[in-house]
Design a protein. Sequence first.
Length: 155
Amino acid sequence: MEHRTTRRLVAVAATIFIVSLLGAVLALVFDWPTQFDGSGSPTVTMDELVAKGTATSIPVVPWVALGVLAVIARSRRWSGSVAVGALSALGLLFVVGGLGEAFAPSTPYVPRAVLVTSGIVFVAVGLALFASGVADGVDRVRTVRERANPRHDDS
């Protein structure tokens, strides 16, 4: 039986996965490279898409990790708990990335509104992933404690 907190965590991870997919498509169509790294690159290259992400999407490695960890997090075994912790950490990474894009210096290649909007979106979903991971982690600890110390009602 999957717990409510786990379902929420997986739903947030899926939302980030989809938002980043849409962001990657937009970045490729409109040629919006990442501005977080300060390179001021004028185009989106495949190397950049994979290694750095774009102004509107996360890099491929955390993206794949997000999907894999979301699947593993559904397990109530130790591996699921490790995945929940890793997803929480990824949430904080997405917050940093979102802030980086939102406050990146303006360039002629990516409109300021795109940078700020993308930053706000990734800060919001990153915080949601972090909070959902913490809530699921607390739920898992509570479940383990309840199983270890069952209450007996003698009434």
